[in-house]
Design a protein around this ligand. Structure first.
Ligand code: ATP
Length: 287
């Protein structure tokens, strides 16, 4: 086998809580992660010319060590002293810097594909351990599906599957810096924390309505005051029949959960008409 490809799914946070800021500056989180059917595609081809060459359909993305795909490939190629070179093409579909772990899922999928292409024989656990050295969300992106993420994101546990539903993704054309959001997060007695354990119970009972009533993301306390469009999109989705709506990660992506595909598609058309250029897409869960 000289070539292989892999789909790298985006994630959303069904619930996101930050428990405390650690002395080393990292934040201790408690998040419910869910993969969705929105994918980047990576194609890896062995080459006789040494080195890693990355190409992508998005001209503004780095194609050197600043791209997590490049770094993850280099990590495994160096460790296993792989001879020859590698051409990687990244077909980017997941919005960039959107709170959907685009870079992390690309890195995780690159390692999964490289493991297969060169028959390295690494288990998922072994890939997750290596992925963690490049980014806190990469171990989850190797695992995929529904998971609880704790610690700085590296402690993963499987939880009951999220009930079937349709997901409307809307990403307004605004830029949100993850660093800005975390550094402006105030954790005190007034901070509204989502009840992640109650959310997991609702998932166990396959209670989609109950789950949607509990959706919460503590980072909205920072991102929404800075970008009120996010609150309007959430409201818009609820008025369009969403059972629940939430910002994903540090934003600006908002998702809505629907139990009816036609209603989700109608809401997508409405989002596309919004004045602040909205990428809008209806999909479902990736198991
Ligand atoms: P998270 O949800 O983990 O915070 P995100 O979806 O907000 O991630 P990314 O799309 O991963 O953010 O991109 C953040 C930055 O990382 C971008 O500014 C980009 O230049 C850089 N980057 C490096 N590698 C990639 C990649 N493969 N895809 C997208 N961005 C990448």
């Amino acid at each position: 086998m000289d070539s292989t490809w892999i789909n790298a799914p985006a994630k959303i946070n069904i619930g996101l809580d930050v428990l405390r800021r650690r002395e080393d500056g990292y934040h201790e989180v408690k998040m419910i992660m869910q993969s969705i059917r929105l994918f980047d595609r990576l194609t890896l081809t062995k080459s006789s010319e040494p080195g890693i060459r990355l190409t992508t359909n998005l001209h503004f993305l780095p194609v050197n060590e600043d791209n997590l795909v490049y770094r993850s490939a280099k990590l495994l190629m160096d460790e296993f002293q792989i001879e020859g070179g590698l051409d990687i093409h990244l077909d980017k579909r997941i919005p960039v810097a959107a709170g959907m772990a685009g870079g992390s899922t690309d890195a995780a999928s690159c390692m999964l594909a490289l493991n297969r292409l060169y028959r390295l024989g690494l288990s998922k656990r072994q890939l997750m351990k290596r992925g963690l050295t490049l980014g806190a969300d990469i171990p989850y992106c190797v695992l995929k599906g529904t998971a609880l993420s704790e610690g700085i994101g590296e402690k993963l546990s499987t939880i009951p599957r999220m009930p079937d539903c349709y997901i409307l993704i809307a990403k307004p054309g605004i830029h949100v810096s993850t660093r800005f959001v975390y550094s402006n997060l105030v954790l005190d007695d007034h901070t509204p924390h989502p009840d992640i354990d109650a959310m997991i119970d609702a998932m166990r009972q396959r209670d989609l309505h109950g789950l949607c009533a509990l959706l919460g993301n503590v980072l909205e306390t920072v991102t929404i005051p800075a970008h009120p469009e996010i609150a309007s999109i959430k409201q818009y989705m609820m008025e369009s029949g969403a059972l629940g709506s939430l910002m994903s990660g540090s934003g600006p992506t908002v998702f809505g959960i629907f139990d009816d595909l036609d209603r989700a598609k109608a809401a997508r058309e409405q989002c596309r008409q919004l004045p602040y250029r909205c990428f809008a897409f209806v999909t479902d869960l990736y198991r």
